[in-house]
Ligand binder design. Structure first.
Ligand SMILES: Nc1nc2c(ncn2[C@@H]2O[C@H](COP(=O)(O)OP(=O)(O)OP(=O)(O)O)[C@@H](O)[C@H]2O)c(=O)[nH]1
Length: 613
C-alpha cells in the first residue's frame, strides 16, 4: 500500500473533510471524461497509467462508451485552503434503462455536479437527472463543458440553466474536460459548494446499498453509504428488505479499479462491505444494511424491487448447448439482480429461456456478454413488454410471451404498460416529432418552451411502441436534435391482438407478436415482406402468412430456387470452394428448421424493423 494511503487510514477522518458527490449529465456531455480528469488531477493516477477511462471499467461499457454499472472512487484533494479533503465520486449510469440505479446512486451523495455541454445545452436527460437530484435534496453544482468546441456558447447555456432549471449558474466553471482547462475550478467548488455529510457514528448502523457486485474470491461486495453508525470486521449485519444476514469479513473503500481494506466505515463515509453472501439478490440496490444485534428503527426510504420491463426468448443455436446457456445465465445473474430467466420451450426453437430485462439496452448487453464471454451462439426472439390479460373467469395473468396468450374466448380484455415521455426538441422539428408520437399511439399531454428555439414535449406512450426503434426514429426525424427520457406510469386498457406467422403453412410460435388492433393489418403485411427478404429461397415455394386467429390477413411467397453457393466459383480453386462451404455451414448453425423450411436468426428479430424511417 502506498505511504500516502496508509496515512489516510490512520488519521481519524473528520466528517467535515468528506465530500460525497456524483456527476450527472445527458448522455455524451462528458461525465466520464470529467471524472477521469478529476482522478488524474488529484494525483491518483498519471495520465499514462490511465487506461482510456477508469470509471467505466467493463469492456462493453468502454466499447459502447456508456456507463452501465455505477462505479465509485475515493480521492484525496489538497485544497487551496491547505486542507486535505476526501472526495467520494460516485459514478451514475446514464441511460433510462438504469434509472433506478441512478436514483440510488444519488441517494448516496450529498451533492451533484451537473455537466452540460456548452454547444448542446440542456437535454431531456439533463432535466430528468436534475429533477432526480433535487428530489434527493442534493445541492446541484453546474459545470459547463466542452468550451473548446468552436460551436460552444457558454453564456447561452448558463442562461438556459438559470431559466429552465432555476439554479444559480453565473459562476459555473467553464471547462474542457478533454484538455483539462479550468477543471481545477471544479475541484475547488466541490469543497466550497457541496455540503459535508452528517450523521452520528454512535447511532445504530444504517447504510444504503447503492450497488453490489459478485466477486469469485470475496463473494458479494456491497457498495454502501453509511448514513448513521459504523461497521467493521465481525459486525453482524442484516439487509432490512431481503432479511439476509451475515458477519462482516472486510470493510474498505474504492481505489481506482481496486478495493482497499480499512478498519472501519463510519457515518458519512462511502465504501464497501464483504460478508459471506453468495448472491447479489440478497443485497438489493436501495436496501438498508443495519446491525443485526442493534438494528436501526427504520430502513432508509425509497427502496423498491426492480422488475424487468422487457422479455424475450433466448435459445442456444446448438440445442446441445442448453446446459451451458443455463450456467452462463446463472453466472451473469450473480452480478445482476435485475436479470431474470426461466426455462421455456418453443416448437420452432426447442429448449431455451424466457429472460426479463430492464430495457432493450440491458437485453443487448446480456446478449452480447453471453455470446462473447461464454462463447454461445444464440437465437433471440423479438422482445415483448408485459401485458395484463384479464380473463373471463376473473383471473389476471402477466403475459411475457405472446405465444402463451389464452384463446380469445377466454379473454375479457387486455391492458398494456404506458410510459410518461419527455422529448426535448428544437422548434423546427416539433411537427415531425409530434407526428411520430401520433403514429406510435401517443397521447399528447402538453408542451413547454425552454427558450425560443427549443421545446419540451410531453406524451403518454405505450411502452411497446417505444422499446423497439423509437429512439432511432426520433433521432432520424430530428437529425439528432431530439433527446428523450421516460418513466413507467402504469397500465391501460387497449385493443390488442396476437399476430401469428405461418411459414409454409406451419405456425412459428417464436414469431408471434402482440399488436394494437388498428395497426395489425399493416404490421402483418410488413412482417411478411420482411420475412420474405430474410428467408432464403429453397427448392420449393414457401408461403409466408400473417394471421389473427384463423383469419389470414397477409401473404407473401418466397419463390423456389436452388441455392448453389459454388455457382460464383469459376475455375478450380478447391480451397476457396471449401471456404465457401464452411461459411455456409457457419450460417446454418443459426438457422432454425421449421417443418422443412430453414429460418435464419435475423428473421426472428424482423418485428423490430417494421417501421422504416
Ligand atoms: N471537445 C470536447 N469533447 C469532449 C469534452 N469532454 C468530453 N468530450 C467528448 O465527448 C464524448 C462523450 O464523453 P463521455 O465522457 O464519454 O460522456 P458521458 O457523459 O460520460 O457519457 P455516458 O457515460 O454515455 O453517459 C467523448 O467522445 C469525449 O471525448 C470536452 O471538454 N471537449
Amino acid at each position: 500500500m502506498p505511504l500516502e494511503q496508509e496515512e489516510i487510514l490512520l488519521a481519524a477522518i473528520d466528517q467535515n473533510k468528506i465530500r460525497n458527490f456524483c456527476i450527472i449529465a445527458h448522455i455524451d456531455h462528458g461525465k466520464s471524461t470529467l471524472a477521469d480528469r478529476i482522478i488524474e488531477m488529484t494525483g491518483l493516477l498519471t495520465s499514462r497509467e490511465m487506461q482510456a477511462q477508469v470509471l467505466d471499467n467493463m469492456d462493453l461499457e468502454r466499447e459502447r462508451g456508456i456507463t452501465i454499472k455505477a462505479q465509485t472512487v475515493r480521492i484525496v484533494y489538497k485544497a487551496k485552503d491547505g486542507e486535505e479533503y476526501i472526495f467520494n465520486l460516485i459514478d451514475t449510469p446514464g441511460h433510462v434503462d438504469f434509472n433506478y440505479e441512478v436514483s440510488r446512486s444519488l441517494a448516496a451523495c450529498d451533492g451533484a455536479i451537473l455537466v452540460v455541454d456548452a454547444a448542446q445545452g440542456i437535454e431531456a436527460q439533463t432535466l430528468a437527472n436534475v429533477y432526480l437530484a433535487l428530489d434527493h435534496d442534493l445541492d446541484v453544482m453546474p459545470v459547463i463543458n466542452k468550451i473548446d468546441l468552436p460551436s460552444a456558447d457558454p453564456e447561452r447555456v448558463i442562461n438556459e440553466i438559470e431559466d429552465v432549471i432555476g439554479i444559480e449558474a453565473q459562476d459555473a466553471p467553464q471547462i474542457s474536460a478533454k484538455t483539462g482547462l479550468n477543471v481545477d475550478q471544479v475541484l475547488e467548488q466541490i469543497v466550497t459548494k457541496i455540503p459535508a455529510p452528517k450523521g452520528d457514528s454512535k447511532a445504530p448502523l444504517q447504510a444504503l446499498i447503492f450497488d453490489s457486485v459478485y466477486d469469485s474470491y470475496k463473494g458479494v461486495i456491497i457498495f454502501c453509504r453509511i448514513k448513521e453508525g459504523s461497521v467493521r470486521r465481525g459486525t453482524p449485519i442484516r439487509m432490512m428488505a431481503t432479511g439476509a444476514e451475515a458477519d462482516v469479513v472486510e470493510v474498505g473503500y474504492f481505489g481506482p479499479g481496486q478495493f482497499i481494506p480499512c478498519d472501519e466505515l463510519s457515518a458519512g463515509m462511502v465504501g464497501y462491505i464483504t460478508a459471506s453472501l453468495k448472491n447479489v439478490k440478497d443485497t438489493r440496490v436501495g436496501d438498508t444494511v443495519t446491525n443485526a444485534l442493534f438494528p436501526c428503527a427504520e430502513p432508509l426510504p425509497g427502496y423498491k424491487k426492480v422488475n424487468p420491463m422487457v422479455y424475450c426468448g433466448m435459445y442456444p443455436a446448438d440445442g446441445a448447448k442448453y446446459p451451458d446457456l443455463r450456467d452462463a445465465l446463472e453466472k451473469l445473474q450473480l452480478n445482476d439482480a435485475a436479470l431474470q430467466f426461466e426455462p421455456e420451450t418453443s416448437l420452432a426453437l426447442g429448449f431455451g429461456f424466457r429472460c426479463g430485462f430492464l430495457g432493450l439496452l440491458h437485453l443487448e448487453i446480456i446478449q452480447e456478454r453471453l455470446e462473447r464471454e461464454y462463447n454461445l451462439d444464440l437465437v433471440t426472439t423479438a422482445p415483448s413488454v408485459i401485458y395484463k390479460v384479464h380473463k373471463t373467469n376473473g383471473e389476471v395473468i402477466d403475459l411475457t410471451n405472446p405465444s402463451n396468450l389464452p384463446d380469445a374466448s377466454e379473454i375479457e380484455y387486455m391492458e398494456e404498460p404506458i410510459v410518461g415521455a419527455e422529448i426535448m426538441v428544437t422548434t423546427e422539428y416539433i411537427g415531425s416529432i409530434m407526428q411520430l408520437c401520433e403514429e406510435r399511439r401517443g397521447n399528447y399531454l402538453g408542451m413547454e418552451y425552454m427558450e425560443e428555439t427549443r421545446a419540451l414535449l410531453k406524451y403518454e406512450l405505450p411502452l411497446n411502441e417505444i422499446i423497439y426503434d423509437f429512439f432511432d426514429a426520433l433521432k432520424s426525424r430530428s437529425r439528432g436534435y431530439a433527446s428523450f427520457d421516460y418513466e413507467m406510469k402504469g397500465y391501460q386498457r387497449s385493443e390488442l391482438v396476437k399476430l401469428d406467422i405461418l411459414v409454409n403453412r406451419e405456425e412459428v410460435d417464436a414469431l408471434s407478436f402482440i399488436v394494437h388492433a388498428e395497426t395489425a393489418y399493416e404490421r402483418g403485411r410488413k412482417m411478411c415482406e420482411k420475412l420474405k427478404e430474410e428467408i432464403p429461397r429453397q427448392l420449393f415455394e414457401i408461403p409466408i402468412q400473417a394471421a389473427i386467429g384463423s383469419k389470414i390477413i397477409a401473404r407473401e411467397t418466397v419463390k423456389a430456387m436452388r441455392k448453389d453457393v459454388l455457382a460464383k466459383c469459376y475455375g478450380g480453386d478447391i480451397s476457396r470452394k471449401k471456404k465457401l462451404l464452411e461459411k455456409q455451414k457457419e450460417g446454418k448453425k443459426r438457422m432454425r428448421q421449421v417443418g422443412n423450411v430453414e429460418i435464419p436468426q435475423k428473421a426472428f428479430m424482423s418485428v423490430l424493423k417494421l417501421d422504416d424511417n
